[in-house]
Design a protein around this ligand. Sequence first.
Ligand code: MCN
Ligand code: CUM
Length: 795
Amino acid sequence: MTAVDEIKIGGLGASRKRVEDQRFIRGKGNYTDDIVLPGMLHMEILRSPLAHARIVSIDTSRAWQIPGVHLVLTGEMMATRNLAWMPTLSYDTQAVLATDKVRFQGQEVACVIADDPYIAKDACEAIDVEYEPLPPIVNPEQALADGAPVIRDDKEGQDSNVIYNWEVGDAAGTERAFAEADTISRLRLHYPRSHPSPIECCGSIADFNRATSKLTVYMTTQAPHIIRAAVALVAELPEHMIRIISPDIGGGFGNKVPVYPGYVCSILASILLERPVKWIEDKTGNLISTGFARDIYLDGELALRNDGKILGVRMHVDSDHGAFFSDAQPSKFKIGLLHSAFACYNIPAGRITARGTYTNKAPGGVAYRCSFRVTEAMFFQERMIQAAAQDLGMDQAAFRRINLVSDDQFPFRTPFGFLTDSGQYGKCLDVGLRAVGYEDFRKQQAEAKARGRLLGLGISTMTEPLGAGNSREYDILGIKMFDSADLKVHMTGKAILRTGAKTQGQGHETTWAQIVAHELGIPAEDVVVEEGDTDTAPFGMGTYASRSTPVAGAAVAMVSRKIRAKARKLAAHLLEVSEEDVEWELGRFYVRSAPDRGVTIQECAMAAYSNMPDGMEPGLENTAYYDPPNLTWPFAVYIVTVEVDPETGVWDVLNMVAVDDCGVRINPMIVEGQIMGGLTEAYAMANMQFITFDAEGNCVGSNYMDYLLPTAWETPGYELHSEVVTPSPHHPIGAKGIGECAAVGGPAAFVNAVMDAIADTGVRNIDMPLLPDRVWEAITKRHDVSGAPPVRSDD
Ligand code: MCN
Ligand code: CUM
């Protein structure tokens, strides 16, 4: 007998088909809205039509009279239970239902609970709210202007719209670097607001049982245990009497990390009515009120030597957080991991200053396929790198090559203090350049130019920190960031695995079983994976920041190893030899001196319940908590070629090459799916997707006519490369996160390509999205097109 074939049993490296798709493609998924409980009522939310206004009065009497209405909740009623406001994940407060003022269009003002959602919606319209309008503030510049109205006048001592001033890096060293520079390259950029827009909106079904005092909440959350802790704190319910169940999730993309007022209201309503209460957000509600992303302005500077060496970097960012500072991020860092910028470049000194402001927009600023602001960090970085190469008159690839961290420099301390773990940056760049035919394209580009055609090539190279955290540095609201896995191997060698992560489409049910197969030789199909139920899953911090593989995935490997250690003892007992004489090969223990004498892992499992040695605790189950020593640092090179039509400003992608090194790939097919999805979102952000606000604070982008998602029709094709593999030196199976890389690094590649195509115009920047009219304006007027669209240019 020999070891089992790892690929055949669906182990590490197998492109195993996604087991969850068995139910998804049959329409048998079980999403929050699919759940129907006996006696269930329905909740709808009345939202503010105005961005900034004082509430004069709320009259709910007409709503109460509508047959089928069970409860009308207002801020005033919430206040009697101390629930009108709730703490945010960034130590701010957020209104659950407005009491004093409304602070953004779409803010929750009241809720109606009724027999069905239609009655509830009608009753919302029967609530009479009198508002006294206040001047709205829609960007940081207005927020910081003299005499600007203070949006958060509810907060004692808050006399401006500034939330924080934060800085990181080496101020003196950076000053010196800039003093020594031959050239200083400057760029101002805006990364506009965008929205994750998962197909499934947010929702919850709260079910409070008075007899048992137990509260069960089915909800769309990426982090059920954090929600349980938050509910325990906010609703003052004992934690063991709260069960959060996150069933199938129809896409999260960060939108389902925060705590939303709808969740809180449905919980209170269920407690008051002693019946299950379901809240399902509609698309407009989701687009205008839940977890936005980005909306951040950069003043960036690079200190350069004329030979191409970057000496220092200076960044100032102004971040628009909306009306409440509700970012989910490690509490140590005010602007997430923005300071991971330039981590792949060898730059001696850097400094970031960051200022956050309140505005009359929905709260957000962190979520959407990003590890806490790394999307902004890498976009700014790669736009600044392109501008710097251009300012020096250097080739884009050569300039990067001079400054990228080389293979022998790891672990590498980045300009803002991170320690990157590993990588082969130069090799990835070579693979990408070869694949796109770099030299040839430059020739084609020159020839095309002679005929009036605009071709461009954009490069984006980046490493990003994935896997928050390690508990020394990372926590949310004081809860340390680590993760967990619990593995129960049954008598017949079949197993159930639970983790503290929560899949939303990433395929954990498939890939975690592959790690077990790799560690134990139990076929992946014999391992069922379950996530998202706080009564059964071990405590974990959930899925976002591509942390699942780096942290929960590591815990899966570690718990499997604990199981293997016990199985070894069982094997020694079965083989009647001492443990030291037992060897392991995949799926089987054998006697070192007699390799034919062996027992399978399944036989060990049976023995754990039927034939254990004297004194051994029965059973084959264990739990592992994993606190990673560092973040994992995948690397990527994205290269895009485009043609820009000077007559219309329309740009088409000719080719896109992606070289991703995320260490060991558990399931190559799933990894490629993650990259393609991310590139598509990157393309959407660069090309079409934005939520903007008019001067009154009206949200433009509250529906899919205005907020454009790319379909298969406009999405370009991608050429993916997987030949560079640098295992993470500290991850038990060498895997690094991948979930966001393409969405993080992709946007700059598209924008850089368009900017390269129009370089001769002297235009340094067009802010995203690069809509045709904006590109056309830049080409014909020969000026930068900046700021949050719609842009009002002077001429
Ligand atoms: N994987 C792998 N080998 C690796 C790394 C990852 O096979 N070396 C697999 C993993 O096992 C997992 C998937 O790829 O099945 C993504 O893993 P990982 O990079 O750990 O990311 P997470 O599972 O933590 O997912 C989070 C990430 C984020 S933050 C957003 S936002 C996002 C994304 O994933 N949201 C998504 N991808 C998404 N994909 C879908 N379909 N839906 C979402 O909501
Ligand atoms: Cu920031 S979006 Mo993902 O980390 O859930």
